[in-house]
Design a protein around this ligand. Structure first.
Ligand code: ATP
Ligand code: MG
Length: 172
């Protein structure tokens, strides 16, 4: 079984991959771990790895289990299903603000989520894409949603465009 999980940084890929793999008895392949272990970066810029996407795709050519990473939406790996975790940009903003990221990096990621960046890239690169809205769901609830969605082949539809119109502070 080959499951891929992608999504904007902070949407819960690592946490969900762990819980899902435990439930299904699969192993997790984290892109971050793989990149470090196999040195799949071309250079390091200001302490940040610039991943070599061709090398990453090659390293995952025959992966098994649950692969997770935001870069998976940019490449093609042989996954039975590609899950895109989605999260209300306002919630994501709060979550990312707890990380020691510069404001610009937080905003960049929050806006990427609001314009469906990862989902659109995933749909370009994969045949079977299922979006999962994780907003206001616990990790266990997200895992349940995933298991259900993989059976019915139906995921969620999200529309986060109000983020740009009503602003980041509005809620409801
Ligand atoms: N459904 C959820 N409800 C509440 N908190 C969550 C949920 N999913 C993840 N989290 C928490 O949000 C934080 C970010 O989650 P996680 O590290 O799994 O994201 P990620 O998508 O792997 O991010 P990155 O791309 O940067 O690796 C963690 O502290 C995690 O425990
Ligand atoms: Mg992660």
């Amino acid at each position: 079984m080959r499951i891929a999980i992608t999504g904007t940084p902070g949407t819960g890929k690592t946490a969900v991959a762990r819980a899902l793999s435990k439930q299904l008895g699969l192993k997790v392949v984290s892109v971050r771990g793989l990149v470090r272990k196999k040195r799949l970066y071309s250079r390091k810029e200001k302490g940040v790895y610039v991943v070599n996407l061709a090398k990453l795709a090659k390293a995952l050519r025959s992966f098994e289990g649950v692969a997770e990473g935001h870069l998976l939406c940019e490449i093609r790996i042989p996954a039975d299903v590609m899950l895109v975790l989605r999260l209300d940009p306002r919630v994501l903003k709060k979550r990312l603000s707890r990380r020691p990221y510069p404001k610009s990096k937080i905003l960049e990621n929050v806006e990427a989520e609001a314009i469906d960046y990862c989902a659109i890239r995933a749909r370009k690169n994969y045949r079977r894409v299922i979006e999962i809205n994780t907003t206001r769901k616990t990790i266990a609830q997200v895992v349940r949603k995933i298991v259900r969605a993989m059976k019915t082949r139906k995921g969620d539809r999200v529309d986060f465009s109000q983020y740009f119109i009503l602003g980041a502070s509005s809620s409801r």
